[in-house]
Design a protein around this ligand. Structure first.
Ligand code: CTP
Ligand code: MG
Length: 224
């Protein structure tokens, strides 16, 4: 296939407040980073790189080999997500790059197929879903204004790009000192149009302590 998969797992997980970095929390007996790697392998992707925190490279390598995922490339991340993506990108050679957060383990095959197809067709696509809650602006924890929900989406990963676009976007963002939380922001700066593909709302990012509930629920429903 023509897609390099980058699995981002080099963060510190500060909001999760778990004893371990959150990519080491387990799902069905596997750390999230290796669980997600297996998902992409099952979905038929042949080039997968995991970007890990530099302190985790050795234990992560051991874990992947034990899980039979030894062919996965392991890359050291950087201090922010963008530099981690840049490090991963340097190992990519294919036409398209797919960037996914290791902290989103509930990704289904149908959504991956859809966003890859759209990325191939247009050059840049992300999964996202329409905001469903009522939105307000707050001041000191009281409602201070309303926000129209109509046009708002929450972006997820995977995000899929032509490799040449993503490389150029990251290089220019680095030079400009522009820092963002995802790759669509970086690519948009170049004037590229990014398509949104509606994905499942359950493709959420394990972020805060209460999200452990979702890991437990998924495990109860899908594992073993
Ligand atoms: N990530 C990364 N390199 C970084 C920062 C983040 O590879 N320097 C990865 C994380 O491991 C995660 C994904 O990007 O899988 C999404 O980031 P986020 O949910 O913000 O994770 P963390 O930065 O680890 O968590 P926090 O912001 O709570 O510290
Ligand atoms: Mg973060």
């Amino acid at each position: 296939d023509d897609v390099d998969v980058l699995i981002m797992a080099a963060g510190t997980g500060s909001r999760m407040k778990s004893g371990v970095r959150k990519q080491w929390l387990t799902l069905c007996g596997q750390p999230l980073f290796s669980y997600v790697t297996r998902l992409f392998q099952m979905y038929g992707f042949t080039s997968v790189a995991i970007v890990m925190h530099e302190d985790d490279l050795v234990p992560a390598g051991d874990d992947l080999r034990e899980a039979g995922l030894g062919a996965t490339r392991l890359v050291a991340g950087g201090p922010d997500r963008q530099s981690s993506v840049r490090n991963g990108l340097r190992t990519c050679t294919r036409e398209m790059v797919l960037v996914h957060d290791a902290a989103r383990p509930f990704l289904c095959e149908e959504d991956v197929r859809a966003v890859v197809a759209r990325g191939r067709a247009t050059g840049a696509a992300t999964l996202g879903h329409a905001v469903r809650d009522t939105l307000v602006r707050a001041e000191r924890e009281t409602i201070a204004g309303r926000v129209e929900r109509e046009q708002l989406y929450q972006l997820q990963t995977p995000q899929v790009f032509r490799r040449d676009w993503l490389e150029r976007a990251h290089e220019e963002a680095r030079c400009a000192g522009f820092l963002a939380t995802d790759d669509t922001s970086v690519v948009e700066r170049l004037g590229c149009v990014v398509d949104i593909v509606q994905g499942a709302a359950h493709n959420l990012k394990i972020t805060e302590p209460s999200d452990r509930l979702f890991l437990a629920m998924w495990e109860a429903l899908r594992c073993g």
